[in-house]
Design a protein around this ligand. Structure first.
Ligand SMILES: Nc1nc2c(ncn2[C@@H]2O[C@H](COP(=O)(O)OP(=O)(O)OP(=O)(O)O)[C@@H](O)[C@H]2O)c(=O)[nH]1
Ligand SMILES: [Mg+2]
Length: 363
């Protein structure tokens, strides 16, 4: 499906531990800084009670949830944009993700070295963000130089591009992330082309100790920093969650109850990922399979159909649209039909989160 969230942060912040908790893949997570070098990839299915409902009512043989992909990336340190630590390697991995999950260490543990020796989550978050900003500065400068050379021919488009890049260069020089800058359409497309790192949506994870899940001064400081840079912040105990992920399902529930933890911590990260990426879920169902799909908000019915099968796009006639909330309320397709609650729409219909779409195609 390809919506990728990259785990980014200082060495020993707990990225691999959280990756294991999310994916249950058991990659190496030790107190040794730069433990991760090559990125790890893992898929997390999105639990969704609406899919269970569709599956049950359609009586489908199979159930396929929608997924997010997580990438565990090497730790980065101050100066990384100039080659410190693992240097530029991490940047190419970050440039390939759709959203950044910024893991910030809020746990105190003398056995786990901190690159700056002292605990200060806000400083850590700012240090990492600054490296991303410096990388963007380099990308924009490089593009400006290239355009300046091309502009010598007097091409008016080049002049326009140059003018559009000016405020972006200014923003990064002021150490501002590009996702916080209002971009016009030309600037948005330039930012996309350059694949600027700070234009990507960000979610903070405050990696806390099990005893501090209810809040600590460090977590609160990070939370207010996150508010000031308009990003969500989720407190998460990576170590405990990684241990839980290794247990059998029934043991997991017992363990969580005993710890007074919310069962939904992992799902909360995945769901927040959906929100920051502006993604929605729609469903399809037949006797074979009930399937959850992910599309960007604002997608139309024909685009959604193309996701299910490339042929569907071309042969699209119409889509019957059922709201899963109404399906839940009335409990059967027949009742919805009798009540006139099954709408018929054409290719331009804008898909809404929670729609069950039954495509009618030619041939
Ligand atoms: N006490 C405590 N230790 C933790 C927690 N989360 C992770 N750790 C420990 O911190 C160490 C580093 O964790 P990793 O997950 O490997 O950190 P990383 O961010 O992937 O580090 P690099 O790959 O080196 O960038 C490991 O020994 C973990 O067990 C936590 O919530 N509490
Ligand atoms: Mg790691």
């Amino acid at each position: 499906m390809g919506f990728k969230c990259g785990l980014v942060g200082l060495p020993n912040a707990g990225k691999s531990t959280i990756f294991n908790a999310l994916t249950n893949l058991g990659v190496e997570a030790t107190a040794y800084p730069f433990c991760t070098i090559d990125p790890h990839f893992g898929i997390v299915p999105l639990e969704d009670e609406r899919l269970n409902l569709v599956h049950r009512i359609a009586g489908s043989a199979k159930k396929t949830p929608t997924v997010l992909e997580f990438v565990d990336i090497a730790g980065l340190i101050k100066g990384a944009s100039h080659g410190e630590g693992l240097g530029n390697q991490f940047l190419s991995h970050i440039s390939r993700v759709d959203a950044i999950v910024h893991v910030v260490r809020c746990f105190d543990d003398a056995n786990v070295a901190h690159p700056s020796q002292t605990m200060d989550p806000v400083r850590d978050a700012q240090d990492v963000t600054l490296e991303l900003i410096l990388k963007d500065m380099e990308l924009i400068d490089r593009r400006v130089q290239k355009i300046k050379t091309a502009a010598k021919t007097g091409d008016p488009l080049m002049k326009k591009n140059l003018e559009s890049l000016e405020p972006l260069a200014q923003a990064v020089q002021n150490e501002q992330e590009l996702r916080l800058v209002d971009l016009n359409p030309l600037q948005s497309s330039l930012v996309r082309e350059m694949n600027c790192l700070t234009a990507k949506p960000v979610i903070f994870i405050a990696n806390v100790d099990e005893l501090q899940l209810q809040g600590s001064p460090m977590t609160r400081a990070l939370e207010s920093h996150a508010v000031s840079v308009r990003a969500p912040c989720i407190p998460f105990c990576g170590k405990v969650q990684a241990e839980i992920a290794e247990l059998a399902q029934e043991e997991q529930i017992e363990f969580l109850n005993a710890m007074g933890l919310e069962e939904t911590a992992l799902q909360k990260i995945v769901r927040t990922g959906y929100e920051v990426l502006r993604l929605i879920t729609f469903f399809t169902a037949n006797a074979n399979e009930a399937h959850a799909w992910t599309v960007p908000k604002g997608s139309d019915a024909v685009h959604a159909a193309g996701l299910v099968h490339t042929d569907f796009q071309e042969k699209f006639i119409k889509a019957e649209v059922i709201k899963t909330a109404e399906l839940k309320m009335h409990g059967s397709m027949k009742t919805l039909h009798d009540l006139g609650l099954i709408a018929v729409h054409g290719r331009d219909y804008v898909v809404e989160d929670g729609d069950l779409l039954l495509f009618k195609i030619r041939g």
